[in-house]
Design a protein around this ligand. Structure first.
Ligand SMILES: [Zn+2]
Length: 462
């Protein structure tokens, strides 16, 4: 077996690994490179193989940095199966057309403004490509053994990172009748957070590919309920509106769940909540629907009262007209909208309107990457440019570091801790190089393992 790292090698986006075994070849994840322009340019590079000749794609989860290259792959001629878990398939039906729509919008905008070096600027893929990719999805159950090719099977184990997220265990037959097992962690979720079941422990394998996004860090140890209620109560006291920019998938549902509990317990007053994100609304419906993915607390909460991620004061605003009506709301109230880093979406309209008033509050509940408006706001800029207009920042801005969908360094060790055997080979993937080196040292000290940190383009022969 030969494995080529095509993305998420010493970086966190573009997850894509080519596995070749005899005549058979497949991709493990098919993600888009995101972030700064030099990252995104990688999406235009030709693949080192003809897409047509690939036999299978196996996805770990629906995040665009793990799935967003699919429409491009299909556009380039891939017609084979795209395996994923059932909840992942449902999420992809929401996420992929949206990603394609963004690509088309960007190209249209670049042509209008004439800022692209290419004339005309083209989208990486179109909505029609995304629709075609969706037709090739083959949803499978967790733990079900699926044959990819004679002599090679795989199965999914739950990873708790977002709805449907999985680790992939690939088993191949080798010449002496024995099997070799390769374990891809995918993105590893956290322990003790609401809604989803916890990550299933690493069982042991011959080879391990493991994510290390937070390999050098520990999450804020404070109680997230306390931190959130303190900020929200302070915001409501200011008399205006509390704006929460949140990722549409997972973070929005986590915040809704917590607000529900805080309101039931009387820790936060029962003010109106508006969810103003079409994708957030769809994702919330999916998080409600896949009840077999819910953890024990979520089930208990569900049995006792209404849907835990649908607080009684929640109103959803699907249409643009409904969204615009929120401009007349003077508070107290909470508006949750996307995108989480204020890089696009309806949140921009709300920020434009609410930032100039000191009675309003903006609470960021996720990581804010360098170069985003979210980052500029949490760094205290006095003015930000939104839709071409400079907007003064008078609203109170806060940022809560307690929320993350990724295991931290300690949780990564917990995930490794219940294995039945040690891997012969460990590859650390999906992390900034510094975080990966730190985690390589940690596992050397704690477990005595020598870890390899492959770069994009590296080939690993097993
Ligand atoms: Zn992810």
């Amino acid at each position: 077996m030969k494995i080529t790292v095509l993305g998420a090698g010493r970086c966190v986006t573009g997850s894509k690994y080519l596995l070749e075994w005899k005549q058979f070849s497949m991709l493990l994840d098919c993600g888009l490179f995101q972030g700064p322009a030099e990252n995104r340019r990688r999406n235009w590079k030709p693949l080192p193989f003809p897409a047509k000749r690939l036999h299978a794609v196996v996805l770990t989860h629906a995040h665009i940095d793990h799935s967003g290259f699919l429409p491009r792959l299909v556009r380039q001629g891939y017609r084979g199966p795209i395996y994923c878990t059932k909840p992942t398939a449902a999420l992809l039906r929401v996420l992929l057309p949206d990603a394609a729509h963004l690509q088309e919008e960007e190209a249209r905008y670049a042509n209008k403004e004439g800022y692209s070096k290419h004339s005309p600027a083209l989208p990486l893929f179109r909505v029609a490509d995304a629709q075609a990719a969706l037709k090739q999805l083959v949803p499978v159950d967790f733990h079900q053994r699926t044959e990819l090719h004679p002599g090679i099977v795989f199965r999914y184990n739950r990873q708790g990172h977002i709805l449907g997220a999985a680790a992939v265990e690939i088993m191949t037959k080798v010449s002496n009748g024995k099997r070799k097992t390769i374990y891809f962690s995918g993105d590893i979720g956290r322990y003790g957070v609401p809604i989803l079941k916890e990550p299933e422990p690493y069982p042991g394998s011959d080879v391990l590919f493991m994510e290390t996004t937070y390999g050098d860090r520990l999450h804020d140890p404070r109680d997230p309920y306390e931190v959130l209620s303190t900020e929200i109560n302070a915001g409501l006291k200011r008399g205006g509106v509390v704006l929460i920019p949140a990722f549409a998938v997972d973070r929005t549902q986590e915040i809704l769940y917590m607000l529900h509990e805080l309101m039931v317990d009387g820790d936060v007053p029962q003010v109106p909540i508006w969810l103003d994100s079409p994708m957030g609304i769809e994702a919330t419906a999916l998080y409600s629907r896949f009840t077999e993915e819910h953890d024990a607390e979520m089930r208990e909460f569900y049995a006792e009262q209404d849907n835990p991620i649908f607080p009684p004061t929640l109103q959803v605003t699907r249409t643009t007209a409904e969204s615009k009506k929120l401009n007349h709301v003077s508070g107290p109230g909470i508006i949750i909208s996307a995108s989480g880093m204020a890089t696009g979406g309806r949140i921009l309209h709300h920020l434009k309107l609410r930032l100039p008033d000191a009675r309003n509050t903006v609470i960021f509940v996720g990581y804010q990457a360098q170069g985003t408006k979210g980052r500029r706001l949490i760094e205290g800029e006095e003015e930000v440019k939104i839709h071409g207009q400079w907007i003064p920042v008078k609203a109170h801005i806060s940022s809560l570091g307690t929320f993350s969908a990724h295991a931290d360094a300690q949780e990564l060790l917990v995930w490794l801790g219940k294995r039945e055997r040690d891997p012969e080979q460990v590859n650390l993937i999906h992390g900034e190089y510094g975080a990966q080196q730190a985690f390589a040292e940690t596992i050397k000290e704690e477990l005595g393992w020598d870890a390899h940190i492959p770069e994009i383009g590296d080939e690993i022969t097993l």
